[in-house]
Design a protein around this ligand. Structure first.
Ligand code: SIN
Length: 352
């Protein structure tokens, strides 16, 4: 009888608990006013190919901080540096498929999909960083950004790294004869491939994440890059001869998937645009300093530095002149003319 009463009490308790203890799966969907904000949280996945301690890596971090602060944490920027997610070869497709929402490839790499951007690869086009910023803030920058739209890309802005220098394994390249029969690593870009050929070298397009591997296999003899990229990737350890040639610029288009951009509220777009403006102004200041600091570090390590003489520079310029004719003959003549117009309106304060 006692067992019967005990069982009846247990069954009763079980029935009561089923109706009074809240269902756990429903509890997880319970919302209070704070949690509703989380529903609206936006995550921007931003992939790039360089180390964090480079002009692009640090500017990307600063951009993330600004966006998160200005949005009160509602817009979150997830950074994937060093090609950990996508490399030079697949980041553009990943952006177009919205697998990531932001990338910042070099002007050279963008020119494969949007040839107008190849104008920025023309050698000796700019004399100093101030001119680059000024030209890209003019109608030239607007034209380049508009050209991205046909690829489903929204151009947020431009970041700089700096001027490219030549770096070689066995001896410095100074005269044009030094390029003869050399295998030269370039970024994938028609203009850069033609530049290498005009100099007398054989171009080899190699993705940034593969450069150390081709150096160790002795598959290249010479390459061009900025001092901060040369330092952050330790290229100088295997290729200890750097020629200060300042022959071309290396900078980035900061790109967002167009459909993703269109899906954002006006307020979110405003936060991203303002953060981009602040980050770009900051980038200009740190890029030059980082390149100078990295030069000192490489000098301390024992890297050999040579500066191209005025005479040699003039010969390089003459030899590379056909690139300008080639560009002018294409449909992009207008953009080159617009750059030249801007450069001729140079202010006296511009200096190298
Ligand atoms: C980069 O700065 O994003 C990489 C440049 C390169 O491929 O040399």
């Amino acid at each position: 009888m006692r067992t019967y009463i005990l069982s009846a009490v247990l069954i009763l308790l079980l029935v009561i608990s089923i109706f009074t203890i809240p269902n756990l799966s429903k509890q997880t969907t319970y919302r209070d006013s704070e949690q509703q904000g989380l529903d609206e949280q936006i995550t921007i996945h931003f992939s790039h190919v360089v180390a964090e301690n480079t002009p692009k890596g640090r500017t990307a971090l600063y951009f993330k901080e600004l966006v998160e602060e200005k949005s009160g944490g509602q817009i979150h920027v997830e950074l994937y540096p060093n090609g950990m997610l996508y490399n030079d070869e697949n980041e553009m497709t990943a952006l177009q498929h919205n697998d990531v929402q932001m990338i910042a490839p070099t002007y050279s790499k963008i020119s494969n999909d949007v040839p107008e951007w190849g104008v920025l690869d023309l050698p000796f086009l700019f004399e100093n960083e101030t001119d680059v910023t000024r030209v890209l803030s003019s109608e030239v920058g607007d034209t380049l950004r508009q050209a991205l739209e046909k690829q489903g890309i929204h151009g947020l802005g431009f970041w700089q790294n700096g001027f490219k220098q030549m770096i070689a394994k066995d001896a410095p390249v100074q005269t044009l004869a030094d390029f003869k029969s050399k295998r030269m690593r370039t970024m994938a870009s028609n203009v850069l491939a033609m530049q290498a050929k005009l100099l007398g070298a054989t171009p080899q397009a190699v993705s940034f994440d593969e450069v150390n591997s081709v150096i160790s296999k002795e598959a290249i003899d010479v390459q061009e890059n900025t001092l901060s990229n040369i330092y952050s990737k330790s290229f100088y350890k295997e290729e200890p001869y750097i020629t200060r040639s300042n022959h071309g610029i290396l900078g980035y288009g900061v790109l967002m998937n167009q459909r993703f951009w269109d899906s954002l509220s006006t307020e979110s777009k405003g936060i991203i645009t303002l953060s981009m403006q602040e980050a770009s102004a900051w980038n200009e200041k740190i890029a030059r300093k980082m390149n100078m600091d990295d030069e000192q570090r490489m000098k301390a390590y024992g890297t050999h530095f040579y500066t191209l003489s005025t005479h040699e520079k003039a010969r390089w310029k003459r030899t590379l002149q056909p690139l300008y004719h080639e560009f002018q003959q294409k449909d992009y003549r207008d953009i080159l003319d617009a750059i030249e117009r801007q450069l001729h309106q140079k202010t006296p304060t511009s200096s190298q």
